[in-house]
Write a protein of this length. Sequence first.
Length: 208
Amino acid sequence: MASLLVPVAYLIIVFGGLFVFSYFYRKHSSSHTYEPFFPSHPERNAYITLLQKTNPPASDALLKAALLRRAMADVQRVLRIREDKPALQNLLQKGSIGDDLWNSLLNAEKELEAEIMEVVAEANSFVEGWGQVIFPSANEMLANEKMRLAYERTPDLRAELELKYGVKAKTTNELSQQKQAPSTPSKATPGTPTTPASDATSPRSVSH
């Protein structure tokens, strides 16, 4: 009888210890606050500040512009999470990063979903149906901004390449002027008639 009580008591102690450990671990994990993946959201704060202005109240045009800028920031965050999530998941599986960073990204993903729903609701409060197109519009504006920045950096990039390779690149105006310059026709010598090639083989030139 005593031989049976020893393994039973051992199992009770082991499983009881595991239960107590898991209970306190879950309680600690639920109360643990992770460092935010995105430190702040200036565009959202700016929109809320404008929305709360009462003396004088912000115009609808200004509020719409601020909300669109907020949506653009949200689109950038969505793209950032899509890029970082597979890499962080791979690093987590290899043990290169801890759970804190991964949980921080998951929390940021949930907060971003709520943020997107809030922006859609705010957009529909201005114009019915605007919430369906505000994020495509924000994505298009981001693409236009990238193209504009790339165009503005073209002189700097050209200067860097000229300095690197020691060759002066031609500008667009120089290339267009070169294409528009008329070609100089060749001047024929005066008094020299042009003999057709057919005359050289004409029957009249053959002596009999």
